[in-house]
Design a binder for this molecule. Sequence first.
Ligand SMILES: Nc1ncnc2c1ncn2[C@@H]1O[C@H](COP(=O)(O)OP(=O)(O)OP(=O)(O)O)[C@@H](O)[C@H]1O
Length: 589
Amino acid sequence: MVTKPEKEESIFAKADAQERGIWKSYFKLIFKAKIPWVWMIIVIAVWILSAQLTLMLPGYSSKIMTGVITKPVIYGAVIVIVLGTLISGVVRYLNNLLNFKIDVRYRSLIWNRIMKSPMNMFDHVKPTEMISRITTDSATISNVLGTWLPSTIATVYTTFGVIAVLFTYNWRLALAVMFYIPINILFNVYYGKWSYRVNKITFNRLSKLTSFLSELLMSVPVIKTFVTESKEDLRGQQNLQYYYKANLKRSIVAWIENPVSQFLGIIQNIIIIGYGVFLLKADLITMTEWVGFFLYVGMLSGTISVYFMVYIELKNSQGATTRISELMDNELEVYDKGESIDRLTGDITFTNVAFGYGDKNVFSNLNFTIPKGKKTAIVGPSGSGKSTVFALLQQFYTPQLGTIKADGKPIAEYDLHSWRNLFSVVDQDSLLISGTVRENIIYGMNREVSDAEIAEAADKANALLFIEELEFGFDTYVGEAGSNLSGGQRQRVAIARAILRNSDILLLDEATASLDSKAEQFVQEAIHTLMEGRTSVVISHDLSNIQDADQIILINEGEVDGAGTHKELLKSNELYREFVRLHQKSSAQ
Ligand SMILES: Nc1ncnc2c1ncn2[C@@H]1O[C@H](COP(=O)(O)OP(=O)(O)OP(=O)(O)O)[C@@H](O)[C@H]1O
C-alpha cells in the first residue's frame, strides 16, 4: 500500500517553531562566520547610491513629461540615467562578490566544524545531510546575508525617500496614498504566507521523490531478486503524482498574484487620478507634481513587494539557519587536553567502565587490562560491544562512568592527537581514501617518506608484488574508497600503512573475515609481521586468529565474562567453550 508521502502539517509546526528563533540564529551566525564587514559596508553604500539615483529619476521624468524641458533638467536626467545604469551594474557585481565571500566563509566554517566534531555527531547526522549543510544550507544563508540584506537596506532608504518626496509634493494626496498602503501590505502578507506554504509543500514532495528514487535505484538487485518491479513502479508513479499535484497548486498560486496585484494597482491609480484631478482643479497641485506623484507611488508599491520577497526568503531560510546554528552550537573535540604521549610505556586498564550510545546501554561495568607488548583478543557474541571497545580506546566516545588509563593516567588527560597517533587500525573492510596507492600508504604521516620506505612497508605487508603488477604501480589510482582494489589488496595496503605508521598499539577488527583462504594467508602473514613487539588487540570470530593470544577477554552482556589464555578459558568458562564448539562446527561444515 502506498501512503501519502509526508505529514505536511508537522512541517509547518516545525517551521513555526523555527521562526521564533530565526533572528537569534541569524545574529549568532553573523558573528560566528565573521562576515566581511568592510565589503558589506561598501556594497550597502553603493546600493544606497544606486537607490538615490533611482529616487531622482521620477522627478526629472515628470518634468520632461509635462514639458518642463530646461537645460538643468536634461543634463540632470542624462547624468542620473547614465550613472544609474553604470552603478546598477557595479552593484550587482559587488553584491555577487560579497555573496561568494560570505558563502566561502560559511562553507569553510562548517567544514572545519564537521572535521572537528566528535563521533556522536556523525551517528546522528547522515552524510547526505552534512553535504547539504555545506552546499545548499550555506548558500541559502549567504544569499540572505549577502544579497538580500544590502538590497533591503537600500529599499528601506528608497521607501523613506519616496514617502518624503510624496509629502513634499502634496501632503493631502500623500495621505490618501498612505491609506491605501495597508491594503497592499495585507495582500502581500497573506499572499506571502500562502505562497510560502505551497512552495514548501512542493519542495518537500520533490525531496521525498528524490530520496525515493535514489534509494530505489541503489536497490535494483534486491528489487529484481524479489520480483517487485511492478510494486516499486507503482510507488514511483504515486510519488510522481504527489509532486505533480503540488506543482499544479503552486502554479495556481503563482498565477493569482498577477490579477490581484493588477487590481490593487488599479485602485491605487483611481485614488491618485480621482483625487489628483480634484486637487488639480482646485489649484492645490501642479501638473508636474501630479505626474511625479504617479511615478513615485509606483516605486513605493515596488518597495512593498521587495519586503515581502525578503520575508519569503527569510522564511525559506529558516530550516537552513536552524540546522547551521545547531552545528555551530555542537561541542567540538578538544585536542589540547594535556601532556603528549609519544610511546606507550605501560598497560592500558579499563576500570568500572559503563558506556552506551544515547539510551542504548552497551557496557555496565567493564574491567580488564591490555598488557603492553602482548596480544589481547576480544571475543563475545555479536553486538556485545567488541568494536565499541576499540572506539573507546581511540576516544571516539567517552565512557559515562569509570576510567580508562594508560601508563597509570586517564587517557582523557593526554593530548588527543598524540593519543590517537599511538594506534593503527586494520578492520574488516579497510577503507582507503580516493587517491593513489602511494598516497594511501603514507596517509596520516607527518614527515617526508622516501620511496624506499614505502616499498619496504609494502613488501612487509605482502603487497609489493601486486602493487608492482598494477598499471601504474604505486601511482595507480585506487578508486573511491579503494573500490578498484580487491578486499585482500585493500587490507594489505592498510597493513602497509600501519607498518609505516609504526604505532605502538595495533587494533585488528575482523581483519581477515571477508577474505578467501589464499588472500587470508597473505594478509595473515602480513599481520604477523605487523604485530611483532607491539601491543595488539584483536577482534575475531575465527578461533585460529585468537587462540595463540596472550590473553583472551570474553565480553558478554555489558561485562567481562572471563579472561585468560585459550587453555585457561576452555577449562573455566562455559560461554567460551560454546564459542569454540560453534567455531569447530562451522569449520567442519
Ligand atoms: N554508533 C552507534 N550508535 C548506536 N548504537 C551503536 C553504534 N555502534 C554500535 N551500536 C550498538 O552497540 C552495540 C555494540 O556494538 P558493537 O559494534 O560494538 O558490537 P560487536 O560486538 O562489535 O558486534 P559484531 O560482532 O556484530 O561486530 C550493538 O547493539 C550496536 O547496535
